[in-house]
Design a protein. Structure first.
Lengths: 291, 471
């Protein structure tokens, strides 16, 4: 019957399409982004952060970077606390992405100091040698437009002050995108709550190994540390490592848990074995210099 | 003869323009595949991976995919309804508005005007253009159906009508945004809601633009090419209704393990697996229609394209549900496996059907025989091999990277840093770029064959064209 009646077919097709649509797409609005999944501490973007977010969108960063940490062991170990619905209530549009050509950055905020981001945006391969991320140094040539940003904040209904808008004058797109990077995932105090406490005595498993054994460990240093501390430990974004003399246990603690206040990230995801190798390599390098 | 009144001019124009945009899509695809290997091939601000990739996907979907839909549907609807198009003027407007929309999309995306929503990146003014375009198309198709002379509506018309409704609902809902300026808007939905709305759109755009319309073409052009009818009318009824009912539940399988409520994810997973049945309903209907006709795979190049196309559809609709299962998604999602899956669908299924449809149309709309069947065969093998290199290399890459992401040391720490896993991708990305080049060569041969047919093909006798083309 419907095969001979186009109106009937159109109506039936519409109904067929709307059933699943209403149940899985319309209905969830009753629960999502309501009081039920609200998280205290999640704040709207500041004017500078929101502008950074819009630049992130303009450059299509979401084509290569996702922004959701899944509640899976490997995701949480690699990126940090898994993402929660309430953390995204101010995201228009959402930027979860679908591909990780580069790493997930949902928890990037606070991981590195600003200086790391400036240098990395300017020249990703100077920090991460085989990275395929394009250079974004040109962002710093573009000045921000405070009035446009004010209009955006009005449209979004986000709180802002005149002083905040005024402070944007003279800032460039690089400043904005770095401000956005530092906001990502940092509204909940996840770093404190997931901090690794080392209990018991630390015993250096490689105490006393010779230089030859340590040679291959240099690669670990170059991959993980050199971007900030320099290829010869001369220091750059991070302090010089030659000349400082912490004992094994303290150096291990610093690398393993990081020092949040001065931008030293935690390297616990490398595992204890690799961290011990780094401890020994760094200490022996120093001794090597002294000889 | 009645057929003289049919508007084939519009079909000719849409064939040519869809192929032009198809070449753009593939060319930009090849360019971005090399940008992934060598970041020095990015030329900011306009020619970077982040800005070009949406041009690749949208030129593919809206330029090539939708362009072919317009071309073939305008042909099929006239033949199946046995009446000329309802409005030639509206169709003409649609043609030029279509090209204006695609050009405006490409230019604005290059400028960085984007909503970031995958397969729907264009900003709100372009969204409005696309809506106008679709309404014009819908009116013309539906009005032609209303005044048809053939009472019974063939399967292809059902899929067309469902696609027209489906795309309209999906596109309008996902376009909702508040403009700040002419080229910047903010989504009407926030965070998790926005994600859920978007992937309801994203997955069903695949259903309503890249599944239902190619099925409409398949159901029309397969029997036309083989000369024998579709195996089971009843099976096509069951497959049609269950397909358009079930698809809409599955969008959240793109969001497994994200903050989207679990029950939506579970429903999406269940319906994705159930979708195997209606998908394979069409696959079986195609295969069984070949009963006693398999020799045509050797003799008739159109059948080769169509049957390989439906085979890739079958594979696609098995692999898709597999990826929609939580455990498998946990492993494979976010890796290069996913683009490999998509490209089997676009390069294998949709494009194979589109090429066959265009080859079938050429003699009927131009009155000229296809210039070279050996070239068509060469093209077949190039696009088949190109696509297989493309997909297989990235499936391997995806499994490798997923394995490395999940590898753990005995103390429970991760074995590899992110960069250690990424650098392993380079050889596979080279292979993928090579596969893309082979595919593009196939496409260029197709365009050459098309050009030669139009300009130098042997004139067909009016008699045969009409007789063969009779609906």
């Amino acid at each position: 019957m419907w095969e001979k009646k186009p109106v009937l077919l159109l109506v039936m097709a519409t109904v067929a399409i709307l059933v699943g649509t209403i149940i899985t797409m319309v209905l969830p609005f009753a629960w999502v982004n309501t009081e039920a999944d609200r998280i205290e501490g999640v704040k709207p973007y500041t004017a500078l952060q929101q502008e950074g977010r819009d630049i992130y969108i303009r450059e299509g960063c979401n084509n290569c970077h996702s922004q959701t940490v899944r509640p899976l062991v490997s995701d949480v170990l690699r990126y940090g606390e898994y993402s929660k619905s309430g953390e995204f209530v101010y995201d228009r549009p959402f930027l979860w992405g679908s591909k990780r050509t580069g790493p997930d950055i949902a928890r990037l905020g606070g991981k590195y100091p600003d200086a790391w981001h400036y240098k990395h945006m300017e020249s990703p391969r100077s920090m991460v040698p085989k990275s395929n991320m394009p250079d974004y140094g040109w962002l710093s040539e573009n000045q921000l437009d405070p009035q446009m940003i004010r209009r955006k904040m009005e449209t979004l209904g986000f709180p802002y002050t005149d002083a905040e808008i005024k402070a944007i004058e003279g800032k460039n797109e690089m400043d904005a995108i770095v401000a956005y990077m530092q906001k990502l995932g940092s509204d909940i105090p996840w770093r404190e709550s997931t901090k690794t406490e080392i209990v018991g005595d630390l015993v250096n498993p490689y105490a006393g190994v010779d230089h030859g054994t340590m040679e291959p460990w240099e690669e670990l240093y170059q991959q993980n540390c050199a971007a900030c501390h320099g290829t010869h430990m001369e220091g750059e974004i991070g302090p010089e490592l030659v000349g400082e003399d912490y004992d094994d246990e303290i150096l291990f603690q610093i690398i393993y848990t990081g020092i949040e206040d001065n931008g030293m990230p935690s390297f616990s995801s490398l595992g204890t074995d690799k961290v011990w190798k780094l401890v020994n390599f760094i200490r022996s390098y120093r001794q090597g210099e002294n000889h | 003869m009645e057929s003289q009144k049919y508007n084939y001019a519009i079909v000719r124009s849409f064939v040519v323009w869809s192929v032009v945009w198809g070449l753009v899509a593939v060319l930009v695809g090849v360019i971005v595949s090399f940008q992934m290997i060598d970041p020095d091939l990015n030329f900011p601000p306009y020619l970077t991976f982040g800005r070009l990739r949406p041009i690749h996907t949208n030129a593919g979907i809206y330029g090539w995919g939708v362009g072919v839909i317009f071309a073939t549907f305008f042909y099929i609807v006239q033949r199946l309804c046995k009446v000329p198009l309802w409005s030639d003027k509206l169709a003409k407007f649609q043609l030029w508005f279509f090209n204006a929309t695609i050009i405006a999309s490409a230019v604005t995306l290059l400028m960085g005007y984007t909503t970031s929503k995958e397969y729907h990146e264009m900003e709100w003014p372009i969204d409005l253009m696309i809506i106008i375009l679709w309404v014009a198309f819908a009116i013309n198709i539906i009005m032609t159906i209303f005044k048809r002379k053939e009472e019974q509506m063939y399967i292809s018309l059902w899929y067309m009508m469902a696609a027209i409704i489906g795309v309209a609902i999906l596109f309008v809902t996902n376009s909702a945004a508040v403009p700040v300026s002419l080229f910047k808007s903010y989504s009407a939905y926030a965070g998790t809601n926005d994600a859920n709305v978007h992937w309801w759109f994203g997955h069903n755009a695949v259903a309503m633009a890249l599944t239902a319309p190619p099925l409409a073409m398949f159901y029309y052009f397969l029997p036309k090419s083989t000369g024998v009818p579709i195996y089971s009318h009843r099976l096509s009824i069951v497959a049609f209704w269950s397909l358009i009912f079930m698809y809409l539940w599955t969008g959240a399988h793109h969001l497994l393990w994200t903050p989207v409520p679990d029950w939506i994810q579970t429903l999406a997973m269940a319906f994705s697996v159930m979708l195997i049945a209606p998908s394979w309903g069409s696959v079986f209907n195609g295969y069984l229609s070949m009963n006693g006709q398999w020799h045509q795979m050797r003799e008739n190049y159109l059948v080769k394209f169509l049957i390989l196309g439906i085979t890739f559809y079958g594979l696609q609709t098995l692999q898709g549900p597999m990826q929609a299962i939580r455990t498998f998604s946990a492993f494979i999602h976010y890796t290069d496996w996913v683009p490999a899956h998509i490209h089997m669908g676009t390069m294998g299924w949709v494009s194979m059907i589109a090429f066959a449809s265009i080859y079938f149309l050429l003699p009927r709309i131009y009155g000229r025989e296809v210039y070279s069947i050996p070239l068509a065969n060469l093209q077949f093998w190039l696009i088949l091999i190109g696509q297989l290199i493309w997909s297989i290399s990235l499936w391997v890459a995806g499994v490798l990277q997923a394995g490395m992401w999940n590898a753990m040391n005995p103390d429970g720490s991760l074995t590899y840093t992110f960069m250690e896993t990424m650098v392993e991708m380079y050889p596979y990305w080279w292979a993928r770029a090579f596969g893309g080049l082979v595919y593009m060569l196939g496409l260029i041969i197709f365009i050459y064959n098309l050009y030669m047919t139009i300009t130098k093909g042997k004139t067909t006798t009016a008699q045969t064209a009409v007789a063969e083309g009779r609906a």
